[in-house]
Write a protein that binds this ligand. Structure first.
Ligand code: FAD
Length: 476
């Protein structure tokens, strides 16, 4: 069994690095589907943009998704209606249909070999208490002129047909190939400063001056005004891929307490089991064990995404009066469509063109009372996880939490009895860490930062490592 995503069998060589000061019109930070799609859309309109990626493109969250291209997204439309108005849900649906078409068009037009396949999307429940919710989603889709039908095989289920699945890493690497002259890898942005007419972005030991900056880092750094940690939570899910004899041109997701989502890829079934707020995950190992009980998986991995309080993504200007500092994140686990949509919205903001989804998804939209109520569990969950710092009992005898040189550390003893020591504080908001035995990573419970076994940061929101350097940590 491989302890990594099935998509990561696909690999590419590192591209060039930032090794001098640079100037550009648009700097995109992050080489996942959001960053690469935005680079693609801007170049299509001849806007000189460059992209910097701290590691390799297409190795982040995008490379660990189930990669369905669909607008049937759990009971999202009913959820949006609970926190907003009916027309907001309709507009979001419309935006997702636009994005499905756009993604399909790009793949066809650019001849991208990324295993794009038509796949009917099914939304189901096997819990009698939830059948009414399926009916509500059905009614809503019908009202919005979507061709939706009831299907058999579950307590209740509906299906739409004009949806797809693909290989997300092949897609991103094809975009990278086309745009490689404008892409820099192993180039991490660690500071951004607003100067008069431009932004100074500190990358490696150099400065990139950019008129526009797009933050496409999945969890956004460098942004405090939007209070994103308090307007969202991070959800972690567990995924496996197993070889099967028969595959079907369908994908499905349920709306029950334990999330189940699946699709097929070549002769594999990709099966997602259980999604939980990251701060709730008391023992990562138990969740993987639960998943492993289902099938004899050939691949197994986890993934996380930002869930916003009103179920709408955060795409657009960070500051109301500044067209030059933009962000796209908070896709509620529907990033294939939303990253594609983001690339169109960000392109239009930069080109000063109208776009009917700018207002809907603006990141600084106001909170209403319902959203504020939903905000409390997220905020309390985060605060609890911070308070548990240094005391995360992962029920794993190979992990010890202790103090060395007056610093809180966590020590993992591997199968060769080698000790791996890290600082037990996520640099983002000082939460404690748990060891993820399957993927051999240190994971932050609050906002989902991840570090490799020796503390190198592999996923944000932290932008720093937790490597233990003895006394030197104090000096640095
Ligand atoms: C379990 C699960 C299943 C999912 N399945 C689906 C699905 O079926 N369909 C769907 O539509 N969506 C799905 N999603 C959602 C989707 O995967 C994500 O929303 C989307 O991939 C996010 O893409 P991104 O480009 O924003 O982030 P990423 O792919 O993580 O890219 C961000 C990049 O920024 C880089 N970076 C970070 N910091 C810096 C820095 N300081 N300097 C330079 N570079 C930096 C990172 O290294 C990374 O490469 C799923 C999510 C989860 C959790």
């Amino acid at each position: 069994m491989k302890n990594r995503s099935i998509w990561l069998d696909e690999n590419a060589k590192f591209g060039k690095k930032v090794n001098s000061d640079l100037e550009c019109e648009v700097l995109i930070i992050g080489g996942g589907i959001t960053g690469l799609s935005t680079l693609y859309q801007l170049h299509k309109k001849s806007v000189p943009a460059i992209l910097v990626e701290r590691n390799k493109c297409a190795r982040g969250v995008t490379a660990r998704s189930t990669a369905k291209i669909t607008y049937l997204q759990e009971k999202i439309y009913m959820n949006i209606r609970r926190f907003g108005k009916k027309d907001i849900a309709s507009k979001y649906l419309e935006s997702q249909i636009v994005a499905v078409k756009e993604l399909k068009n790009i793949i066809n037009k650019e001849n991208i070999a990324c295993d794009l396949a038509k796949s009917s999307s099914t939304l189901f429940t096997n819990d009698i208490k939830n059948t009414e919710l399926i009916d509500q989603e059905y009614e809503f889709l019908l009202e919005n002129k979507v061709n939706v039908t009831y299907v058999e095989g579950f307590k209740k289920a509906i299906q739409v047909n004009d949806t797809y699945v693909f290989h997300p890493v092949k897609y991103c690497l094809a975009l990278k190939d086309k745009l490689q002259d404008y892409i820099y890898e192993r180039s991490k942005v660690y500071k951004i400063r607003k100067e008069n007419e431009y932004y100074s972005c500190y990358v490696n030991n150099h400065i990139i001056k950019a008129k526009y900056v797009v933050i496409a880092t999945h969890y956004p750094y460098f942004i405090t005004p939007l209070l994103i940690p308090f307007k969202s939570h991070v959800e972690t899910s567990y995924i496996g891929a197993v070889k099967v004899k028969n595959t079907k041109p369908i994908n499905a997701i349920n709306i029950d307490k334990t999330t189940i989502s699946y699709r097929y890829h070549n002769n594999y079934l990709i099966y997602l089991y259980n999604s939980l707020p990251s701060y709730n995950i008391k023992n990562i190992k138990y969740n993987f064990d639960d998943l492993k009980e289902k099938y004899n998986f050939n691949y197994i991995w986890s993934n996380k995404d930002i869930i916003t309080n009103d179920y709408l993504p955060l795409i657009g200007r960070v500051y109301e009066d500044d067209d030059a500092f933009l962000v796209a994140c908070g896709y509620n686990t529907w990033g294939m469509t939303n990253a594609t949509l983001a690339s169109l919205i960000l392109r239009d903001i930069i080109l000063k063109k109208e776009n009917k989804y700018i207002e809907l998804l603006r990141p600084d939209r106001l909170l209403n009372l319902n959203k504020v109520i939903r905000f409390f569990p997220d905020a309390i969950g985060s605060i609890k996880a911070i308070m548990k710092s240094g005391k995360n009992n992962v029920n794993n005898s190979k992990v010890i939490y202790t103090k060395l040189d007056n610093q809180d550390v966590a020590i993992y003893k591997d199968e060769f009895n080698k000790e791996h020591i890290v600082l037990n504080k996520c640099p983002h908001l000082k939460c404690g860490l748990v060891f993820n035995e399957i993927e051999k990573t240190w994971d932050c419970l609050c906002h989902g930062s991840r570090f490799d076994i020796d503390g190198k940061c592999i996923e944000g929101p932290s932008n720093y490592d937790i490597t233990y350097k003895g006394d030197d940590n104090e000096k640095n």
